[in-house]
Design a protein around this ligand. Structure first.
Ligand SMILES: Nc1nc2c(ncn2[C@@H]2O[C@H](COP(=O)(O)OP(=O)(O)OP(=O)(O)O)[C@@H](O)[C@H]2O)c(=O)[nH]1
Ligand SMILES: [Mg+2]
Length: 402
């Protein structure tokens, strides 16, 4: 297989970035890249990284030789400073070595093809990366560490054991050997129960936690974008004291209380002659229809639009928030929460209110994350086991001398 490389971290400015390189022959490039051909494997060392002899960055290097790597091939990692310029130069350097950019999933595919991991473990790598809640992480990691494969192997071995006893009976019963007795029924009974329990604990990946949608609405200038930004922990949406600043829907994701949320900031709702702003307002209204919970942000306890927003939200969960309490102290009154997006006051309470709308993930009862094809095969297996049990219980498999 050719030598491929990939940026393992996001292509965005950050403290560090990590490049991975794998493929037979990739270690031949160590001397030109790091000025040293003999880098001890599996030790993190700090070295210069050169592009055609010119220093690009001082980086961390990890070398893995042969099958002692993730992919099962010679590999190395470069941990560089996470500047866009550094990433671009490292990419250029790796290209100049004749290495190709890896398509998505290539490293895990090679690990599977080189028998480093099973198909199920390869799929679990993606599941762990896709996990958006703590429960999903626990489920996926159990499969990735081989727990699922082991369980399936144990069942296969138990079924095989029963099969050997039945075949022994067929082949050697006339020689006086007794391979099948009543115990085979209790063993098969136990297996059917155990398999049923296992199947009950399998959760289809299709039902992996969906993101909880929280939509921020309210009159213009009430502080929706400021509240949205503070919940995210960074300045995602533009903020200004000009009413009508937000026009489009702005989405971002956040993870807290072991749950992941998609937050949507929207245009302030008011009568307007501006056709672009009006489009944004229409988007805001229709986004309410897709929300799991709507957070209404108001900046005055006397805001006459609260009833209007309440009817707009209908029977969805609605959290009425009074913002800017740093300017005017206020009683809770009709509101569910008092906050200041400026100082952060009341945000712990707001988070609790949002979380309270989302039930605990149903993954709690699940033991393994599976796919459609697993469920089809497991159902076929359990049906076959039940059929065998039925035949045995109805006397189908025993000798007349019983
Ligand atoms: N003092 C104070 N000012 C705030 C607070 N929250 C927002 N503001 C200010 O209120 C103004 C409007 O804030 P935004 O977050 O842009 O309000 P918005 O509801 O998104 O406004 P539109 O997008 O125009 O509908 C800005 O000048 C903010 O700095 C707060 O808690 N306290
Ligand atoms: Mg806004």
């Amino acid at each position: 297989m050719s030598v491929v490389y990939a940026l393992a971290t996001p292509p965005a400015k950050s403290a560090i970035c990590v490049f991975r390189v794998t493929g037979v022959g990739c270690l031949d490039a160590l001397s030109s890249l790091f000025g040293e051909a003999d880098i001890p494997p599996r030790f993190f060392s700090v070295r210069p990284f050169y592009n055609s002899g010119v220093l690009v960055d001082t980086v961390g290097v990890l070398v893995f030789s042969g099958d002692k790597s993730y992919t099962g091939e010679d590999s190395f990692e470069v941990h560089a400073h996470g500047g866009l310029g550094v990433m671009s130069l490292i990419t250029e350097t790796l290209d100049s070595c004749g290495f190709e950019e890896a398509p998505p999933g290539e490293f895990t595919k090679r690990a599977f093809l080189n028998n480093k991991i099973s198909l199920n473990e390869a799929e679990s790598v993606l599941d762990v990366i896709d996990s958006a809640s703590a429960d999903d992480v626990y489920l996926s990691s159990r499969s990735l560490s081989g727990g699922f494969s082991k369980k399936v192997r144990d069942f296969a071995s138990a079924i095989n054991d029963l099969r050997v006893r039945v075949e022994g009976e067929i082949d050697f019963s006339d020689e006086g050997e007794n391979f099948m007795d009543e115990k085979i029924i209790s063993d098969l009974d136990f297996l059917v129960c155990d398999f049923g329990l296992f199947l009950g604990g399998c959760r289809n990946k299709k039902n992996m936690s969906v993101k909880n949608k929280v939509v921020f609405v309210g009159p213009v200038n009430s502080g929706k974008s400021s509240t949205f930004n503070r919940l995210l922990g960074f300045e995602r949406a533009l903020i200004s004291n000009i009413p009508g600043t937000t026009r489009d829907i702005i989405e971002s994701e956040v993870f807290y209380s072991n749950l992941s949320f998609s937050l949507f900031d929207t245009a302030g709702i008011r009568d307007t002659d501006d056709s672009i702003e009006a489009m944004g307002i229409d988007y805001a209204k229709s986004e309410i229809g897709n929300a799991d919970v709507v957070v209404g942000v108001f900046d005055s306890p006397l805001d006459g639009s609260i009833d209007y927003f309440t009817s707009l939200v209908g029977d969805k969960g609605f959290i009425k928030v009074l913002n800017k309490i740093d300017l005017n102290k206020s009683e809770l009154g009709d509101f569910d929460c008092l906050i200041s997006a400026k100082t952060g006051e009341g945000f712990d309470n707001l988070k609790k209110k949002i979380v309270s709308f989302f039930s605990e993930s149903s993954n709690k009862s699940a033991t393994f994350l599976v796919r459609d094809r697993h469920i089809v095969l497991f159902n076929e297996a359990i049906e076959a086991l039940k059929k065998s049990l039925f035949i045995l219980k109805s006397g189908g498999g025993f000798r007349d001398s019983r």
